[in-house]
Design a protein around this ligand. Structure first.
Ligand code: PLP
Length: 418
């Protein structure tokens, strides 16, 4: 069979992932392969760990990627810590909360949930009260909920969990590298990031970090498995259960990422090159400069959408700066508009899930995709396609508002009431 050469159209990707990848990352991916125990390669592994600690703003020793999409990191952390029957409390404020529930249930956890309406976040004190009532071993929660565009504050929950001796495991897949995530300051015990969102690296790795509270559990489970557990290990709540996954066994994975380099899987060489370059780009830009850039373009987008006459979905005080949810005007077929934007303009935005499907669009402003030309492209494509779909909008005003914002002096932008 003769297949034509690989060819893909040029796209402007304004979804909540995967997003456009920086050309420097694409270039790094074409670097020749090294053996997985080649000192030149293990040096790269160490460099990635070092940069991940900076990204996560942590002094944790363990910070390395799991091979697989972001949920592989979620699964690795949860399955290494959860033993059947363990109580896990999961506050749900969107679709990815339900993913945490599903994964915890699969590993035999006794799952307790609390929910708030989609488009809102929890009052942290309410979660803390529930923690006191349920007395779970673990609280698992999403930071940036991609499905609703909301960001859950964690600065009170973390210290409270620490005081109550509860582990806090957080999914920061949609926020890491785009919004502030302070692992140590907020007392987060285990954290999972993603590559294909604000890091602008292809999907295929999930950077995680965890502290010694989690490591202690992992190591004690390993000792039980090896038959060398002490009374203290058993007292840690261990129910003599080995970690139920080989691929996601953090005890084995951390041995592989330690100087001992105990063989586990074959590291995804080209993806590690990509992650290294992606992290280098983040740190070169500066963490806080990068968060500032995400907010800067998010504000331009919101100014444009509002001037067009569209409404933003969700609690704007707890908005995730990397995802903007827009209400689809009544009577308009959201999928038809999205399809036309892609076909005519090569611009991609996202629909939503479950109760929000058909009600909102989600526009990502993540990583390399988060730049002025993309904001202007998405606004112009959306306006044109909405007019074609028969929507009543303020013609021409969206782009003008965004241009006004971009052309205004910096001080005015900081005070922009959008
Ligand atoms: C995208 C996303 C995930 C899942 O990522 P995959 O790479 O598709 O496994 C998990 N949590 C959040 C908050 C996300 O945005």
């Amino acid at each position: 069979m003769k297949m034509k050469p690989l060819q893909v159209p040029k796209r402007t990707i304004m979804t909540p992932g995967p997003v456009e990848v920086d050309p420097r990352v694409l270039q790094a991916m074409s670097t020749p392969i090294l053996g997985q125990f080649d000192p030149c390669f293990t040096d790269i592994m160490n460099e990635v760990m070092e940069m991940l600690r900076e990204l996560f703003q942590t002094k944790n020793h363990w910070a390395f990627p799991i091979d697989g999409s972001s949920r592989s990191g979620i699964e690795a952390l949860l399955c290494s810590v959860i033993e059947p029957g363990d109580k896990v409390l999961i506050p749900i404020f969107g679709r990815f909360g339900h993913l945490l529930v599903e994964i915890c249930e699969r590993y035999g956890a006794d799952v307790y949930t609390m929910e708030c309406p989609w488009g809102e976040v929890f009052d942290q004190q309410k979660i803390i009260a529930k923690v006191k009532e349920v007395k779970p071993k673990i609280v698992a929660i999403v930071h940036g909920e991609t499905s609703t565009g909301c960001m859950q504050p964690l600065n009170e929950l973390g210290p409270a969990c620490r005081e109550l001796d509860v582990l806090l495991i957080v999914d920061v897949v949609a926020s890491i590298g785009g919004a502030n995530v302070m692992v140590d300051e907020w007392c987060l015990d285990g954290v999972i990031g993603g590559t294909q969102k604000c890091l602008s690296v292809p999907s295929g790795m999930a950077p995680i970090t965890y502290n010694d509270r989690i490591e202690k559990i992992i190591l004690s489970r390993k000792k039980v498995e090896a038959g060398i557990a002490t009374a203290e290990d058993i007292a840690l709540g261990n129910k003599k259960n080995r970690i139920h996954s080989n691929y996601f066994d953090l005890a084995m994975l951390q041995d592989y990422w330690s100087p001992r380099r105990l063989n586990h899987h074959t590291e995804a060489t080209s993806m590690l090159y990509a992650l290294r370059e992606g992290l280098r780009l983040v740190l070169e830009e500066g963490l806080y400069e990068r968060f500032g850039r995400h907010q800067y373009h998010e504000k331009a987008l919101i100014a444009g959408l509002k001037a067009m006459g569209l409404e933003i979905f969700g609690d704007e005080h707890h908005k995730l700066p990397t995802v903007t949810c827009v209400k689809i005007p009544l009577g308009i077929d959201g999928d038809w508009v999205r399809q036309m934007m892609l076909e005519q303009f090569g611009v991609e935005i996202a629909s939503s899930f479950g109760p929000l499907h058909g009600k909102i669009w989600r526009i990502g402003t993540m990583g390399y995709s988060c730049r002025k030309e993309n904001i202007l492209s998405v606004l112009s494509a959306l306006e044109a396609c909405l007019i074609r779909a028969g929507a009543t909008i303020h013609r021409g005003e969206g782009l003008q508002a965004a241009l006004d914002y971009y052309e205004a002096p910096i001080a005015a932008k900081e005070n922009a009431n959008v």
